[in-house]
Write a protein that binds this ligand. Structure first.
Ligand SMILES: [Zn+2]
Length: 329
């Protein structure tokens, strides 16, 4: 019935399947929820079932295997998957209208009718990176997808999407996974019990830190913020917070993670001061020191929110980080 390798979101998956089978699933859908909680995988599962030799998403047959390749498939007989490209990390006109990715782009691909009782699925990942001309070209297809064709826009930042796009899609909200669900996946991927506390605290119901390097980087960023708050000099402590100019990801997107981590830490300090238990338990000692200091939380919180709002317009991350670090003292 459902692919057993996929954990969580059972009620939601049932609902999507029931509506699909009843012919009542909207043509344009917006899958919204935290980064790394399986939105894309569940979108793929809808398409997988149709190519499955048993028509059930068995997970074992050749049809199902085509959906589990690494990297994931870009095009299958019933699936087209597009994602932001390049350092700027945007979805380009060429993929939507021109033949950069497939003949005729997304619009041409969408126009081909599926065989009777079959569907065609178009996944647009990080749909908040769909802007300007590329977004406008898609409006008509989103408004009225051809019969049997479903567009699934996937995003962890629906607020950053154009209203004209959002309003044409039915929103499907994904809740975070439980700690037990995410840890089951981590265990299967080679994580060990001694990592559990820090891994589940940082992951907060998502799978975004399955990659060891990503996890180590996030840990280093938490420690950098706690060090800076404790008075460590910026030059010595801030290294892990500063985006890497040689990385594939845009500087602004790299900066988002340490800023969001700091908000979690500051909320934890507030929680500790109110007598509560911090989410980031493994860093409780550092958080406790900050909670018992006279540090004012509002100034850094305001600066972080401001920085997040202006992320894409700020080409120089270091002064922003420095100002936030100063406000933590
Ligand atoms: Zn199968």
């Amino acid at each position: 019935m459902f692919d057993e390798r996929l954990i969580g979101h059972h009620a939601l998956r049932e609902k999507l399947l029931t509506r699909l089978q009843a012919g009542k699933l909207a043509g344009s859908l917006l899958f919204a929820g935290l980064d790394g909680i399986g939105k894309r995988r569940i979108a793929l599962e809808l398409a997988q079932r149709e190519l499955c030799f048993k028509r059930s998403a068995c997970g074992a047959c050749g049809g199902c295997q085509a959906f589990w390749t690494d990297p994931l498939p870009t095009e299958l007989p019933n699936l087209l998957r597009i994602a932001p490209e390049g350092k700027a990390g945007i979805i380009k006109v060429g993929a939507i209208r021109d033949s950069d990715l497939v003949e005729g782009g997304v619009i041409g691909w969408a126009a081909m009718a599926p065989p009777p009782r079959c569907h065609r699925w178009i996944l647009i990942e990080d749909a908040h990176r769909l802007h300007g001309a590329a977004a406008n070209m898609l409006l008509k297809t989103l408004e009225e997808p051809p019969p049997g064709t479903h567009l699934i826009l996937i995003t962890h930042r629906p607020d950053a999407m154009l209203q004209t796009i959002r309003s044409r899609c039915e929103r499907i909200a994904f809740a975070p996974l439980s700690g037990a669900e995410t840890w089951a996946v981590a265990l299967a991927q080679g994580w060990v019990e001694s990592d559990r506390e820090a891994w589940t605290a940082l992951s907060a119901g998502s799978l975004r830190y399955l990659d060891r390097d990503a996890f180590n980087r996030a840990c280093a960023q938490v420690e950098a913020w706690l060090g800076l708050a404790g008075g460590a000099p910026f030059r010595e402590a801030a290294g892990p917070l500063i985006p890497d100019r040689n990385a594939d990801q845009a500087l602004s997107e790299q900066l988002r993670q340490p800023l969001e981590l700091l908000l979690i830490l500051l909320n934890d300090v507030g929680r500790l001061r109110a007598g509560g238990v911090p989410f980031m338990g493994p860093w409780g000692a550092g958080l406790g020191r900050l909670a018992s200091s006279s540090a004012n939380l509002k100034a850094p919180q305001d600066l972080v929110h401001q920085a997040l709002r202006h992320l894409t317009r700020n080409p120089a991350p270091e002064p922003v980080l420095r100002a936030i670090a100063m406000s933590l003292r």
